[in-house]
Design a protein around this ligand. Structure first.
Ligand code: URA
Length: 229
């Protein structure tokens, strides 16, 4: 297939085999002024430290018995982008940070491809605790855990959410539609109606590299939506 230089560069970046990062005009719209601290730091009487402490001591579902530690989320609390995955895997459970394994490396490359550093987005999961053997989240686990993510969203007030993988997208959008039907659309999440874009999970992309191209399209779409908000 013919690819011009610019397209090739973008594509190589997206699949993480080149570390070139575009300089010059930032891809992101200027960060809007932060809301007043009282508004941004507390939601429904809960601030970040309180929320973190609740998650650290959470026993709302049986996963607390098998986890090493909960994985709260990581990144900038002023982030415009919120990335939401499924649940911690073994490495995340051991380290207490989301997306730190091979899938996390690819996620970082995908973010870099749209001009974002890992540290400037916020990354979390539908579940804070690892399901044994990395099985899919059970409905009760997701139902008990989602309020924590909703509180994180209320505190963050992101401009865009990126649901990575079918499980994340289906849980956030409360649907059983396949990922193929959820992609390429602007969904809205929660009370604040944050725009949400669904794309492939990086672990899936590691197994199915042919779909990286489509994930790249999704990321560019999310970047456009974010610039319009
Ligand atoms: N997969 C996910 O969905 N989340 C993680 O944090 C790691 C792997």
């Amino acid at each position: 297939m013919y690819m011009n230089r610019a397209l090739r560069k973008e594509y190589l970046q997206a699949i993480g085999i080149e570390s070139w990062v575009r300089r010059g005009a930032p891809v992101m719209a200027a960060i809007p002024p932060s809301p007043a601290p009282a508004e941004s730091q507390r939601e429904g009487g809960i601030d970040w430290p309180e929320l973190e402490s609740r998650v650290a001591h959470c026993e709302r579902c049986p996963l607390h018995a098998t986890r090493t530690r909960p994985v709260f989320g990581v990144g900038s609390r002023q982030a415009q982008w919120l990335i939401v995955g499924e649940a911690p895997g073994a490495e995340e459970d051991a380290r207490g940070e989301p997306f730190v394994g091979r899938a996390g490396q690819l996620l970082n490359s995908m973010l870099r491809a749209v001009g974002l550093k890992r540290e400037e987005v916020y990354i979390a999961n539908v579940l804070k605790c690892r399901p044994p053997g990395n099985r899919d989240p059970a409905p009760l686990e997701a139902a008990e855990c989602l309020p924590y993510l909703e509180q994180q969203i209320a505190l963050l007030n992101p401009k865009i959410m990126l649901a990575v993988g079918r499980i994340a997208a289906q849980n956030l959008l409360r649907t059983e539609s396949p990922l193929g039907r959820l992609r390429k659309q602007v969904h809205r999440f929660g009370r604040s109606q944050v725009p949400l874009i669904a794309t492939y999970h990086p672990a899936y992309l590691l197994r199915t590299p042919a779909d990286k191209r489509k994930a790249w399209e999704d990321l560019k779409f999310a970047r456009e939506v974010c610039a319009r908000v």
